[in-house]
Write a protein that binds this ligand. Structure first.
Ligand code: FEO
Length: 386
């Protein structure tokens, strides 16, 4: 357990969650890290922390540099417990330590930990002097929670960006010039689609404010730290937050006896004929968080389910709930499925998609099993609508 120096006197002291596979419903195939940073100056400063079960790992890394009880300044950029979980232990070691957070951060920390620590509220533009260095604060609400802020260490040109620019990626390497860039970008994209997407407009504002700064290192709070490929990740964030859509369709469905899958294939044929890039996902075999990554720039998200009792298959309801929460904008859909005696499937999916403000371009509902002629007719109907 060692600390990694990211600039002279500034260390990564976080924790690596190698076996994490579920982050509030997000499938983290590559694990994650919680990045905490130690600044050695006249004030001994900890920027963010780690999940509580990894507190000892963080303390061991800090102890290779300094006695953790010497930490007298704690910056909490974000209350969520993957970043605040070890703060109680640090305050226990030094009860006089000041805890800096946004106003919503302070109220959030009180609500989480029920402690009256030595809190200091900060707002955008506030600066604290650490000795040789100055730490500037910029509030970035809703990237990812209302309390979020970022901190900028002016002398070293480091932006502590917390959730922004993160990736769920466990690695022994710390920097973007030490790890395959395509994997970092793939995980950053998945992270954006599953965590940041609902707040894209706030991301644009935060980017515009933060990027006026002269930045040499983006010290984010999950995954790989950016120091070589900063222009690339900023370009990607601008693209993802712009909601630019490609000529691309997702066909997402579950099937009971194969009828809904046959309809999915007929819809596939129509989009294929129109030259769309197509992603077909049966929900029995694909995780909703992986599908969500491809929603990021898809013009269409078509969804299919048979009727099950008075509703739809739970896998489809789960996907639609997840999709609704992440609120992609300006998307189109075709809803499809089959039924035996109750046509509830389309009604139920329409309810979700109307609430999610999708444009419903067409619906297809087949009694029991579609024959070859019906499938050809479905393909031709869809061709006329798209
Ligand atoms: Fe990584 Fe919103 O916490």
């Amino acid at each position: 357990m060692k600390a990694t120096e990211i600039k002279k006197g500034i260390y990564w002291v976080g924790a690596i969650d190698w076996n994490l596979r579920n982050f509030h419903g997000y499938l983290t195939q590559r694990g994650s890290t919680y990045n905490a940073y130690l600044i050695i100056d006249e004030k001994i400063t900890l920027v963010d922390s780690v999940k509580s079960y990894l507190t000892d790992e963080m303390l061991k890394r800090i102890s290779t540099i300094i006695d953790p009880s010497k930490i007298d300044t704690i910056i909490c950029n974000h209350v969520e417990m993957d970043h605040s979980g070890a703060i109680p232990k640090i305050v226990e070691l030094n009860p006089a330590a000041k805890v800096y957070a946004s106003p919503k951060g302070v109220s959030g920390l009180k609500a989480h930990y029920k402690k009256d620590w030595n809190f200091v509220e900060v707002k955008s533009g506030d600066v604290i002097n650490l000795g040789k260095r100055n730490l500037h604060f910029l509030l970035t609400p809703m990237v990812h929670w209302p309390d979020n802020m970022v901190a900028y260490l002016a002398e070293d040109k480091i932006l502590f960006s917390n959730d922004a620019f993160g990736q769920h990626l466990a690695s022994s390497e710390r920097f973007d010039d030490e790890y395959p860039l395509d994997i970092i970008m793939e995980e950053a994209r998945k992270y954006y689609a599953n965590i940041v997407l609902p707040y894209s407009s706030q991301v644009v504002k935060a980017l515009d404010d933060a990027l006026k700064l002269d930045i040499e290192v983006i010290a984010n709070s999950h995954g790989i730290i950016w120091r070589k490929h900063i222009p690339e990740i900023i370009r990607e964030y601008r693209d993802w937050s712009s909601n630019t859509l490609d000529k691309k369709v997702l066909i997402v469905y579950d099937t009971m006896w194969g009828s809904t899958e046959k309809i999915a294939n007929a819809i596939y044929d129509a989009f294929e004929q129109k030259g769309y890039r197509i992603y077909k996902y049966c929900l029995q075999d694909n995780h909703i968080s992986d599908i969500m990554t491809e929603v990021l720039n898809a013009e269409y998200v078509c969804v299919g389910s048979p009727t099950l009792n008075k509703s739809i298959l739970p896998s489809v309801a789960g996907f639609l709930t997840y999709l609704q929460g992440l609120s992609p904008k300006n998307r189109k859909t075709i809803l499809f499925g089959s039924y035996g005696w109750a046509k509830q499937n389309i009604k139920e999916m329409e309810r979700y998609m109307t609430e999610s403000e999708f444009q419903i371009v067409h619906t297809v509902n087949v009694n029991y099993i579609p024959g070859e002629e019906e499938l050809l007719a479905i393909r031709n109907e869809v061709l006329e609508k798209i």
